[in-house]
Design a protein around this ligand. Structure first.
Ligand code: SF4
Length: 317
């Protein structure tokens, strides 16, 4: 591992400023993904700014009846929070479907949003990977691509975004709050937070250099039945081949987002308009334009069946 320097920040503004003045610096909180990447040489920060002491660890009601989740709230605490369990069960279920208890105890809300792909070629520094080394090529396109994306892909990258939590946040219309080194704050709708790979797969979010996530806010609860259905190779501690986050109302309307199929949580409002018409109509719209590669065409029927199962489960709830 490359040597690096380290400091603890005392406030969000101090953390953002510390990153801005040190080229190659990175924030660290739980470190559940970053440290793995550093050990294999994919990440080599010159300086780590530890944000664990800057607060941002509360879950609070907002003035309009929504929920504000501090960036440093641990995944375990968020999934167990009474308001989350009561009003945003989709979020609790998605978090509990991910990782392991030990990782969830350490992993933070902001860190979960920023998880890097689990494409094996991204982690193998001997292999070409446009996400790790722009312009070097994509080993997955002609390689083992069973886990990879089937929709929203580009010639340069077919990686998936691995988070379960983000799929639920997309269905819940979350907003990401940030602060920049100059102290300016902004709010980013989650639909605009993660990027598709296009010709720049190394740029995964719309965050600017040194911009710090301070919170995630959720709008007023929408009610309905909340289902998170995750299909994976083994029953725990595995990333989704396909996952479905669904909120279904009594009249059959609702929201639906997919994980495991794209470079970002995949949701289309046009597909949701088809929910009263049944799962096949939703799938046809949501998966329109899917372009699987050699080993992952199975994800299309798998997604169709997972959507059908989630909607049937909601109906029977
Ligand atoms: Fe790299 Fe993306 Fe290709 Fe994987 S799919 S090898 S992350 S460019």
């Amino acid at each position: 591992m490359k040597a690096f320097t380290y400091e603890r920040a005392a406030s969000p503004a101090e953390a953002a400023a510390a990153i801005a003045r040190t080229p190659g610096a990175k924030f660290i909180a739980g470190g559940t993904n970053l440290l793995d990447l550093m050990k294999v040489g994919v990440e080599a920060p010159s300086h780590l700014v530890d944000v664990n002491g800057i607060g941002l660890d509360k879950v609070e009601l907002t003035a309009d009846g929504g929920l504000r989740i501090g960036a440093l709230v641990r995944n375990t605490d968020l999934a167990a929070h009474a308001l989350v369990r009561r009003d945003y069960a989709l979020l609790a279920r998605a978090i509990l479907a991910g990782a392991s208890p030990q990782l969830r105890n350490r992993a933070t809300t902001a860190g979960n949003l920023l998880q890097r792909t689990r494409c094996p070629y991204f982690y193998d520094t001997n292999m070409p990977c446009n996400k790790r080394v722009p312009g070097s090529g994509c080993s997955a396109r002609e390689g083992i691509n069973r886990q990879h994306a089937v929709i929203g892909v580009s010639e340069q990258c077919i990686a998936t975004q691995p988070s379960d939590m983000c799929v639920a946040l997309r269905a819940l219309d979350a907003t990401i709050e940030t602060v920049r080194a100059n102290g300016a704050t902004r709010r980013i709708p989650i639909a605009d937070f993660h990027r598709l790979p296009g010709s720049t797969p190394h740029i995964e979010t719309t965050l600017e250099q040194g911009e710090l996530i301070t919170a995630v806010t959720l709008p007023v609860p929408v009610g309905g039945t909340h289902i998170y259905r995750k299909v994976r190779d083994r029953a725990s501690y595995a990333f989704a081949l396909v996952s479905v986050a669904a909120i279904v109302q009594r009249d059959g309307s609702g929201r639906i987002a997919l994980g495991g199929v794209a470079h970002k949580p995949w949701r289309m409002e046009q597909a949701e308009a088809e929910m009263p018409n049944g799962a096949a109509a939703v799938s046809a719209r949501l998966l329109l334009g899917a372009t699987p590669t050699e080993h992952n065409a199975f994800k299309i029927p798998l997604a169709e069946r997972a959507i059908a199962a989630a909607l049937a489960q909601a109906k029977g709830a």
